[in-house]
Design a protein around this ligand. Structure first.
Ligand SMILES: NC(=O)c1ccc[n+]([C@@H]2O[C@H](COP(=O)([O-])OP(=O)(O)OC[C@H]3O[C@@H](n4cnc5c(N)ncnc54)[C@H](OP(=O)(O)O)[C@@H]3O)[C@@H](O)[C@H]2O)c1
Length: 277
């Protein structure tokens, strides 16, 4: 694989994308190694995505991150996919092998697992894990979560059929079940991961009252300044461990940095810097 160690142009493609902290995070990583990295945001509408990405690499782009709504389209553009990205059918990191040969990876799942296990000290092995939402983010994290051998994963979604589709795609990797929100077992789960887009609107899905207990780790993939609506909701229901997804954001970025530059940055200082912001 080509590793770009010198100066280079990198970009995050999304729509919208202006809220992203990725340039800030990659800037902090670059400082650790005295790399000169030009990382820009590219707001591109779905109809222009393919053209914009191909142009970017033809013009010398070193690597790209991809966010909503383009991750599935990115999996169609690259020449080669990692096993994880192929499973997820979604790419969040594109690596340039040459101007005409692009490799696609999905670092979201390893980012989440690293944040949970290494940064937050949560053991996934043997746990009962509830995931809310069945969109691209859930698709991207299911295989890496199942690699940790939880006792069971329940996917619950507003549109239950989408959860059931994911269950059918991933149940060869472990114990996966699916339902709507109202059918979730009403007793405390070990870990509840909110992978719905509801937080972005300050909303929380309507869940049975006892899914969260004192020891339940409640992880909102969404992030932003202050506590998210899901974190507040979880704390009100007695959870003492409510967190948001900036650790996942930083860890998935560190994995992308490793793919592009051949070195994995330390992530603690980036997390502290985000906290200060
Ligand atoms: N921290 C990170 O690094 C990171 C990485 C990736 C994603 N994320 C976050 O993860 C979240 C999901 O992203 P995604 O890519 O999976 O989005 P997506 O593909 O658009 O899927 C959205 C999911 O949210 C559900 N949903 C939307 N509005 C809802 C509401 N009001 N009530 C209940 N459910 C609702 C949808 O249900 P239906 O199927 O019924 O429509 C679907 O399951 C976003 O907040 C995103 O920012 C964070």
């Amino acid at each position: 694989m080509t590793v770009n160690s010198g100066p280079g142009r990198y970009a995050l493609f999304g729509h919208p994308v202006s809220h992203s902290w990725s340039p800030f995070i990659h800037g902090l990583f670059a400082k650790q190694f005295d790399h000169v990295v030009d990382y820009k945001l590219r707001d591109v509408e779905p109809g222009n995505f393919r053209h914009a990405v191909i142009n970017f690499f033809v013009e010398g782009g070193g690597g790209a991150n991809v966010t909503l709504p383009h991750k599935p389209a990115a999996a169609e553009i690259v020449n080669d996919l990692s096993a994880r990205a192929e499973r997820a059918r979604a790419v969040n990191t594109i690596v340039r092998r040459s101007a005409t040969e692009l490799y696609g990876e999905n670092t979201d799942g390893v980012g989440l697992v690293t944040d949970l296990t290494r940064n937050l000290g949560v053991s996934l092995t043997g746990s009962r894990l509830l995931i809310l939402g069945a969109g691209g983010a859930t698709r991207g994290v299911l295989a890496p979560l199942l690699e940790q051998e939880p006792r069971e994963i329940r996917i619950a979604n507003r549109t239950p059929e989408r959860a059931m589709r994911l269950r059918d795609e991933f149940s060869d990797l472990g114990e996966v079940s699916a339902s709507g929100f109202s059918e979730i077992d009403d007793r405390p789960w070990d870990i509840v991961i909110n992978a719905t887009a509801a937080s972005l609107a300050g909303e929380v899905p309507e869940l049975p009252p006892r899914v969260v207990g004192h020891d339940t780790v409640c992880y909102d993939m969404a992030y932003g300044r202050g506590d998210t609506a899901f974190m507040r909701w979880a704390t009100e229901r007695g959870s003492t461990r409510a967190c948001k997804g900036w650790g996942m954001l930083v860890e998935q970025a560190a994995e992308a940095y490793l793919l592009w530059h051949g070195v994995r940055p330390a992530t603690k200082s980036a997390m502290t810097a985000l906290e200060r912001l």
